[in-house]
Design a protein around this ligand. Structure first.
Ligand code: ADP
Ligand SMILES: Cc1ncc(COP(=O)(O)OP(=O)(O)O)c(N)n1
Length: 309
């Protein structure tokens, strides 16, 4: 009998300083016990002070990367982060429709916290109308949720308004919406998970006092994707079904197989991981120029340091 680890895929841009994008995703995939793979959409010069330049990858070459990964490896779950342009959004939509991405999380990255645009303005409509319907889960922050609803929708200021917006985003076709409340200022952070079976769950945790929040959205969406891959394979094996279906995982099949209880468990586990990673790095000072720097979270928090090899 052959075995293999759960396989995850990140479609995203880079962060050479290691806190966000593909770099955060791969570290998180590893920390959450999956084998991470990547399709790189853009090379981004950025660090804990912000983005200085974006070098987009040709659509053709992004397509070749998809072929390399998906033509060879049975991916259990995928996340997308920075897509950059309308053409790349359309390419990802086409690949998702082929049914080989497994469970598909869309982190609708638009603007870095430092203010730099990571999605061209003319791509927003393609995300709204084409990408959301092929996602099993979307993970917008407060400004992204408002913009995905409409150009003049205000950001949610209350939990009630977050629930309402999560419901309206569900109507655009994703299997589930995790509306993240990290951009608020209360002592408690609330994230709302609304699923297409009508359930709404609230996840509440204490706000960590720290400057080191660079890449929290990337880390969370990667952690949820990894959790779904791990839990999904465990459940399939326990049920005696094929953990490794030969046929591609069609969209309806992957949503039905995951179910809202498993997704709720995956989100809870991922948020616990992120809280540990935030707390562990809360006092870090990494930058040579600490004033105004937003450092990363500690993706290695669960990996024991200083242990002899
Ligand atoms: N200071 C913090 N303390 C605790 N959790 C946080 C903090 N900042 C962000 N988070 C959590 O990190 C996740 C992503 O945060 P958010 O800032 O909303 O998204 P993004 O990084 O995409 O802008 C959310 O689940 C949020 O609850
Ligand atoms: C390449 C790349 N992708 C996404 C982001 C945004 O990261 P996010 O986790 O949403 O939060 P901030 O880092 O902006 O706080 C990024 N910076 N780079």
């Amino acid at each position: 009998m052959t075995t293999r680890p759960p396989i995850t895929l990140s479609i995203a841009g880079t962060d050479p300083s290691g806190g966000a994008g593909i770099h955060a995703d791969l570290k998180t995939f590893t920390a959450r016990k999956t084998m991470g793979t990547t399709v790189i959409t853009a090379l981004v010069a950025q660090n804990t002070h912000g983005v200085s330049r974006v070098y987009p990858v040709d659509v053709d070459f992004v397509a070749d990367q998809f072929d390399s990964v998906l033509g060879d490896l049975p991916v259990d779950a995928t996340k997308s982060g920075m897509l950059g342009s309308r053409d790349l959004v359309e390419l990802v939509v086409a690949r998702a429709a082929e049914g080989r991405l497994g469970f598909f999380t869309v982190d609708p990255v638009m603007i870095a916290t430092s203010g730099h645009r990571l999605l061209e303005t003319d791509a927003v409509d393609a995300v709204r109308t084409h990408l959301l319907p092929v996602a099993d889960l979307i993970t917008p922050n407060l400004p992204e949720a408002a913009l995905l609803i409409s150009d003049d929708e205000p950001e949610a200021q209350t939990t009630e308004a977050m629930r309402d917006q999560a419901g309206r985003l569900l109507e655009r076709g994703p299997g589930a919406v995790l509306l993240k409340g990290g951009h608020g200022s209360d002592d408690e952070v609330i994230d709302i998970l609304a699923t297409s079976d009508g359930q709404v769950r609230e996840f509440t945790h204490p706000r960590v006092t720290t400057m080191n929040t660079h890449g929290t959205g990337c880390t969370l969406s990667a952690a949820i994707t990894a959790e779904v891959a791990v839990l999904g394979r465990e459940r399939a094996a326990a049920a005696g079904g094929p953990a490794d279906p030969a046929a591609p995982t069609g969209k309806d099949r992957s949503r039905a197989a995951i179910g809202s209880d498993l997704l709720g468990e995956a989100v809870g586990n991922a948020l616990d991981f992120l809280a540990r990673a935030l707390n562990s790095a809360a006092d870090w000072q990494l930058s040579l120029d600490p004033e105004g720097a937003h450092g990363p979270v500690d993706h290695q928090v669960d990996i024991v340091r200083d242990r002899p090899a």
